[in-house]
Design a protein around this ligand. Sequence first.
Ligand SMILES: CCNc1nc2cc3[nH]c(NC)nc3cc2c(=O)[nH]1
Length: 374
Amino acid sequence: MSLPNHFELLATNGTARTGRLTTPHGVVQTPAFMPVGTAGAMKGMHWREVRDAGADIVLGNTYHLMLRPGAERIAALGGLQTFTGWNGPMLTDSGGFQVMSLSDLRKVSEKAVTFRSHIDGAKVELSPERSIEVQRLLGADIAMQMDECVRLPATRDDIERAMRLSLRWAERSKRAFESAPDGNMLFGIVQGGDIPEMRHINARELVDIGFHGYAIGGLAVGEPQAVMLAMIEETAPALPVDRPRYLMGVGTPEDLLEAVARGIDMFDCVLPTRNGRHGMAFTRFGQINLRNARHADDPRPLDEESEWPSARNISRAYLHHLVRSGETLGAMLLSEINVAYYQHLMQGMREAITAGTFETFQEQTRAGWAKGDI
Ligand SMILES: CCNc1nc2cc3[nH]c(NC)nc3cc2c(=O)[nH]1
């Protein structure tokens, strides 16, 4: 049974697209970048800064939130938006991916993923049904199916096994989701590793099951960028043109530009906030490492033409000092500067696609990065 469509395609420019996704908590303009608020907070930022930076939607991690403070507790406190104070759209992942990377003593069976909490060692079982129940308790506007992502390189057998398990879990996730409140969405996830044939089979069978939107998973897991881009080219055309496509865990500004050019609408990545905490700034000149001694006496801001005040008004010398001294303010300023840069880049792409000038935008943006830091 096909699910209602909450996505409106507004313009295309080559295979790049811009659109609007309507959720119960607000509208998401695409291409969209979702900053990752892992455990119900955007590390180092107030929600008002996330909003001011231009983010329409943020991601919350089910694995973290179900372990602490707990899904039932968040539901009793009114759901994620009320609990956290972020009152916009939220997407939650299904938890499976983080189990594989964060917990030990984990076991994957047909029924569920069983693991020990990395917080207190408690044994936890996460089935597709429980994952959907948790995401509903959290109040996600967009929930994700539970899947199994294999890291690359992987054998064909492993890739096929995980892809077929993920398809069976897609069925179960959808069945568990069916009775969701109106407007809430469930996205399927395409696996298939770096094997085009597997990607085609998975996309076709996932579309037959029918979802509000489709994620391309199993990428940004150690493969070269060329392989990631090739798999997007194999997968995106096999997905419905009128539904959103979400590339999980991606990526650098370069990744975003290349993936939007190939038809991707949504992204999530920890890079802007994580690199910010480590003293790295994303700018239109490329990445700048504020730990570097060359900034110690530099009175200039990161970017005099930036629309973001902290990037336009704060000297590199001061940012260098904060980072070198381990001042919390350094992590906070660079996190907001980076999230604002990512959102500004997405806004530039949306405007260029609408104007039909995306190719020029790509060339100019790449030239700025290539010029490097002045
Ligand atoms: C919804 C959870 N499932 C799920 N999350 C993912 C998160 C990722 N994050 C990265 N690189 C940072 N690749 C990913 C792939 C998947 C994937 O294939 N599946």
